[in-house]
Ligand binder design. Structure first.
Ligand code: FE2
Length: 227
């Protein structure tokens, strides 16, 4: 993605959060310059990769295949000093903007349609060899357990949430004509380096073409603390 495109997406995300009365922590708005001065007291943000995460999954068509995330809190699988066993993210999902089929080896997650439009979630079980299974899928939506046919598209309206266990393939997007969706994710500790199995081989983080200075740094771009 071009940096100018990422900057525009970030500005839109900030505006959308404001419009939905969802407040982000102060470091969401730090300039790259401020990050160069942030001491070791902020190491948790760097080490646990809190903050902005804008991705086109390496497809170069962000509006159609892409996701905007802000990791609000997370533990770590690498650093023993961070003991949180949980993670919370904010996801901003456009109308028809797809997060492609993937499952997680280790984390269980709840995807919560918090505000805005409706979130459509398509689910499959995974086969032993990590393909889409044709078997019925057990579903849990807001404490109600039931079973749906493979490939069913579930509609979450604002307030509703689905629990996605490990090895449950899911794909989601905002319902067309209903507006952008403010989505929450509450999960076990998240490690994007190793825990995502995409059905089609995809990049998790975009390659960035620097055509203007960054508005905000992404969670994998923080400079180390000054000594
Ligand atoms: Fe997921």
């Amino acid at each position: 993605m071009k940096r100018s495109e990422i900057n525009a997406v970030l500005a839109e995300c900030v505006q959308f959060c404001k419009a939905q009365n969802f407040n982000l922590p102060p470091f969401a708005f730090w300039s790259p310059e401020q990050w160069t001065k942030a001491g070791h007291e902020y190491d948790e943000i760097r080490d646990c990769r809190l903050g902005w995460d804008i991705t086109d999954f390496g497809q170069g068509r962000f509006e159609e295949v892409g996701l905007s995330l802000f990791t609000i809190r997370n533990g770590s699988t690498k650093f023993a000093q961070y003991t949180k066993p949980y993670c919370e993210k904010l996801l901003i999902v456009g109308e028809g903007q797809v997060t492609p089929f993937h499952f997680h080896f280790s984390k269980i997650e709840d995807i919560i349609c918090r505000a805005g439009g409706n979130l459509l979630v398509q689910v499959y079980n995974a086969t032993e060899d990590e393909q889409l299974a044709d078997t019925d899928v057990p579903v849990s939506i807001d404490g109600r357990r039931f079973t749906v046919a493979a490939g069913t598209i579930l509609r979450l309206t604002p307030g509703e949430s689905i629990t996605l266990p490990q090895r449950n393939y899911h794909k989601f997007w905002g319902e067309e004509g209903k507006g952008k969706v403010l989505v929450g994710e509450v999960s076990a500790v998240n490690d994007d380096e190793v825990d995502n199995r995409f059905l089609e081989p995809l990049g998790r983080f975009p390659a960035i073409e620097e055509d203007e200075p960054p508005l905000y740094l992404l969670c994998n771009e923080y400079p180390p603390a000054p000594e």
